[in-house]
Write a protein that binds this ligand. Structure first.
Ligand code: NZQ
Ligand code: ZN
Length: 368
């Protein structure tokens, strides 16, 4: 992590490798990242694949896999945000697979992969240091998690984040915040150290968010943001504690059905999850309120309500919508999400309480 780090790509990848470099759209050409990557890899054999869109689609990734097979690619370099990195994780597995890569997504995991390195341009997903990916299928409006190998290296240069649109910064902050909450807001007393690490990241985000809004070109602030995002979902705060992930599973449906940016779906859903599961999560919500939000008094129920309100206020302070109706989500969408969850017979959350009916309650709570 640090200034001018992209040049180190030269040493990271052996020169006998045939590299496919993957990108999203034009931002890397405008902010100089593309040039830095090309310069660093001038002595390597490279081909490029452009167009891995936000919420990477199998339809696009199939084309990359076809190209990679034809060109005998044996190393992948993802240059972009979570979508490029996630998409490239599937390409890495797809290059070693004979059939259609969507089979691998439905299977949920594949660890026979071509090695992958990354140059991260958007702090949010933690994909640069985890083995997860989320792949969409446009045709059927589906979006599922998929697991493969970890990147062999990732380059995090905070300077590349200076060009991010304000909405992406807001979504990245919200995504990071909710990643930590998914691993923290379960039960008390499972691990002091995990709790303190998680609370440390949450406090950092609350502290830096308004400052970043004022000046996104501040290297140290963006370095803290980048590190928070990576630490938020690289497994460090998950050791020995239960995890939730229901908010994410509902959020993925909102993206699949309405195209709402991932981080913003979470800002909408999390307050609903906290409210509907206030009995089960109450003790941890109080701990979060006391240690992170500084809400120390009041009778239990009123205090929980205040903590949930403050959490929603935080998302709104980022400039995000927190109500479904603001984003044009309709009752039909809520029906459809309930139907899909019932059809798949899911039971999300640390206690398996989030099925179709509970997801419906959560969504209704944040409708307007
Ligand atoms: O197309 P360009 O112009 O390159 O614009 C990109 C992209 O459209 C732009 N961008 C990225 N870096 C930039 C920049 N613009 C200016 N300057 C820069 N430095 O940002 C747009 C969005 O990028 P995207 O990669 O989609 O964002 P993000 O990193 O938030 O990734 C979202 C995807 O990751 C998945 C989400 O579901 C979603 O599909 N997730 C992946 C996870 C994982 N792998 O562990 C966990 C997460 O919970 C999440 O689900
Ligand atoms: Zn996320």
């Amino acid at each position: 992590m640090g200034k001018g780090m992209i040049a180190s790509l030269k040493e990271e990848i052996p020169t006998d490798k045939k590299i496919m470099i993957t990108f999203c759209g034009g931002s890397v050409k405008k902010n100089g990242v593309y040039e830095q990557v090309k310069e660093a890899l001038a002595g390597h054999q490279t081909i490029e694949f452009w167009g891995i869109e936000p919420n990477p689609a199998i339809e696009t990734l199939r084309q990359a896999i076809e190209l990679g097979k034809k060109e005998n690619v044996d190393f992948l370099l993802a240059v972009g945000g979570g979508s490029v990195i996630d998409g490239t994780k599937l390409i890495a597995a797809g290059l070693k697979y004979e059939g259609d890569a969507w089979d691998l997504v439905l299977q949920g995991a594949s660890y026979d992969c071509v090695p992958l390195g990354t140059v991260l341009t958007l702090p949010a997903t933690g994909s640069e240091m985890n083995n997860g990916a989320v792949i969409s299928r446009k045709e059927t409006k589906e979006k599922y998690a998929f697991y493969s190998n970890y990147p062999v290296f990732s380059i995090l240069d905070p300077e590349v984040t200076f060009s991010l649109p304000a909405h992406q910064v807001a979504c990245g902050l919200a995504d990071t915040f909710v990643h930590v909450m998914e691993q923290y807001l379960t039960k008390c007393g499972q691990s002091r150290i995990m709790d303190r690490w998680a609370e440390g990241i949450l406090q950092t985000l609350i502290e830096i968010a308004p400052k970043i809004k004022e000046n996104q070109m501040d290297y140290d602030l963006m370095a803290d943001f980048m590190m928070s995002a990576t630490m938020g979902l690289n497994g460090f705060i998950a050791m020995g504690v239960e995890q939730d992930w229901a908010t994410h599973m509902i959020g993925h449906e909102l993206t699949a059905l309405h195209g709402i940016t991932h981080g913003e779906t979470l800002a909408m859903v999390l307050p609903g999850t906290m409210d509907v599961l206030r009995e089960q999560k109450g003790d941890k919500i109080i701990q979060f309120g006391t240690r992170v939000m500084g809400i120390n008094s009041g009778i239990r129920d009123a205090r929980i309500t205040e903590i949930i309100r403050k959490t929603e206020d935080f998302f709104r302070s980022l400039g995000l919508r927190t109500r479904l109706s603001e984003a044009g989500v309709t009752m039909e969408t809520i029906d459809e999400i309930e139907r899909r969850f019932n059809e798949r017979n899911v039971h999300f959350g640390e206690d398996g309480l989030v099925d179709g009916a509970t997801a419906r309650k959560i969504l209704l709570r944040v409708f307007e």
